[in-house]
Design a protein around this ligand. Structure first.
Ligand SMILES: CC(C)(COP(=O)(O)OP(=O)(O)OC[C@H]1O[C@@H](n2cnc3c(N)ncnc32)[C@H](O)[C@@H]1OP(=O)(O)O)[C@@H](O)C(=O)NCCC(=O)NCCS
Length: 147
């Protein structure tokens, strides 16, 4: 699948992904600080990835990664737009593509975790957990910084 606006393209083509550029960003992100390149590559290999590209140059400037069975459930993560391209509606463009993707229709649940971008996702149908007492996690946030 591919979507275009005036200057940018969103594509789910795994072959177009620039794993090094993705790793450059994620390894300094607040949620995956220090993540090794090999783990980024493995995560991309097993996910539905929507890359955001400058149409003219092909440079990758953003990502939304979706871990999913493409039938019942999806987990949206690793959403970013590189700093020089922010404030132009590009994360909303990415989210429109996530919502429109044919493999992500009729899911029973889609989850995400965010520190401060609730207002972005609220524009695309996400709400706080309706029954947080039913949700549990097994988390290791320091996993990369300990290595
Ligand atoms: C969050 C991020 C993806 C937004 O990208 P962007 O292309 O600059 O955002 P857009 O121009 O599409 O606008 C985002 C919309 O969400 C809203 N928003 C809510 N929380 C926000 C936040 N923390 N950061 C940016 N926008 C936010 C904005 O107000 C805007 O809505 P509006 O146009 O109706 O005012 C980008 O700032 C980024 O990569 N941040 C670092 C990584 C990150 O925090 N990712 C989210 C992790 S869950």
């Amino acid at each position: 699948m591919e979507w275009h606006d005036a200057s940018y393209t969103v594509s789910d083509d795994r072959a177009r992904l620039d794993a090094r550029a993705i790793h450059d960003y994620l390894s300094r992100s607040y949620w995956a600080m220090g993540i090794p390149l090999e783990i980024v590559q493995r995560s991309l290999a097993h996910s539905l990835n929507l890359g955001l590209y400058v149409t003219a140059s092909g440079e990758q400037v953003g990502l939304a990664r979706v871990v999913t069975d493409r039938a019942t459930f999806a987990y949206l993560c690793d959403v970013y737009v590189l700093e020089p391209h922010r404030g132009r509606g590009l994360s909303k463009f990415l989210m429109r593509c996530v919502r429109a993707h044919p493999d992500l229709q009729q899911l029973r649940r889609m989850l995400l975790v965010t520190a401060d971008a609730h207002g972005l996702y609220a524009q695309f149908g996400f709400q706080p957990l309706s029954r947080p007492e039913r949700v549990m996690e097994s988390a290791d946030p320091e996993i990369y910084s300990r290595r």
